[in-house]
Design a protein around this ligand. Structure first.
Ligand code: SF4
Ligand code: SF4
Length: 306
């Protein structure tokens, strides 16, 4: 059970991020800097944990979350470069994941690193980027049933258009998976009223099959953002949380979080259960490690202040 614990800083490595060497390095760095939860893909969790154990790290000091996404959710996207490419490098310059590489004098997307953010597609003037979806939802859930894995929570990314499909998939997962579940949802397809109803329906299903475990929420704002330290990238996550902060669940916010998040939370008088940092934290790890550890300190200070 997660009850009684206090989660503050969650690091999102990205459910589309399957670049084992990179996730091992980033997770080790942030864990040693005192974060509370790692959120990674089903394909990388075992390697991350083996790496930490080899470094004599007690896995109980951090929570492990695996994220899986339903086909159609923005997190199931990847980019591919097609034959229209004229090698201008605009896409490479905007890719915060470092996923665009030159191979035999041609640009290509390293699908292990691509988060599907779509920024490359936006800047390409030659229609040379195709975005596609991949489906590994149920296969990923089978993967994490490996008893060697320490898993504290399974996170389901369920932002798709069809509510019926969300409920069907959720019921199937709850019947077959016994453990804590977090639902990550955005307002991309539904307004507040429909989201509120959906959350209640999901909770009822969860309680029916998993009464001894915890149901959590992750409210996703500006998903797969441009990873800059801007106020604007936070606004959807904060507005979303403001609407649902009275719900009786542990709620984490994500999507566009950065240093400005703390300033804005103070300004609006909000304190969610946890903050999930993704592309911004990964970018800091690659560009400025001092600032990356300052981010963890800043979040800790925010939560320790009354
Ligand atoms: S922006 Fe488009 S044309 Fe330029 S390198 Fe990237 S894919 Fe090729
Ligand atoms: S810009 Fe985004 S979608 Fe394009 S290759 Fe990089 S991570 Fe993938």
């Amino acid at each position: 059970m997660l009850k009684g614990t206090c989660l503050l800083f969650k690091l999102i490595l990205g459910l589309g991020n399957k670049d084992i060497e990179s996730v091992k390095k980033i997770s080790t760095f942030y864990i040693k800097n005192g974060i509370d939860m790692i959120d990674c893909s089903a394909d990388t969790i075992l390697e991350i944990q083996k790496n930490l154990k080899a470094d004599n790290f007690d896995l109980n000091r951090v929570k492990f979350c695996v994220s899986v996404a339903l086909l159609g959710d923005v997190h199931t996207r990847k980019a591919k470069i097609n034959k229209n490419c004229v090698q201008c490098s605009n896409c490479k310059n905007v890719c915060s994941e470092g996923a665009i590489e030159k191979f035999e004098n041609k640009y290509r997307v390293n699908s292990l690193k691509c988060s599907g953010c779509g920024h490359c597609e936006v800047v390409c003037k030659h229609r040379a980027v195709d975005i596609y979806n991949y489906n590994s939802f149920f296969a990923d859930i089978e993967t994490i049933k490996n008893p060697e894995i320490k898993l504290d929570i399974l996170e389901l990314h369920l932002s798709i258009k069809k509510k019926k499909k969300i409920l069907e998939a959720f019921s199937k997962v709850c019947k077959n998976y016994k453990g804590n579940i977090s639902v990550c949802i955005s307002r991309k397809y539904f307004g507040n009223e429909k989201i509120n109803k959906l959350i209640k329906e999901l909770k009822n299903i969860f309680d029916m099959y998993n009464p001894n475990f915890e149901f959590m929420l992750q409210l996703d704002g500006n998903s797969v953002n441009n990873a800059n330290d801007e106020y604007s990238s936070n606004l959807e996550a904060l507005a979303f949380y403001k609407q649902f902060s009275n719900l009786d669940y542990k709620i984490i916010i994500s999507g566009g979080l950065n240093f400005k998040t703390i300033e804005l939370l103070k300004l609006f008088g909000l304190k969610p259960y946890g903050l999930a940092f993704g592309s911004y934290a990964r970018k800091l790890f690659n560009s400025d490690k001092t600032k990356a550890s300052d981010l963890v300190l800043e979040v800790r200070k925010f939560y320790s202040d009354n």
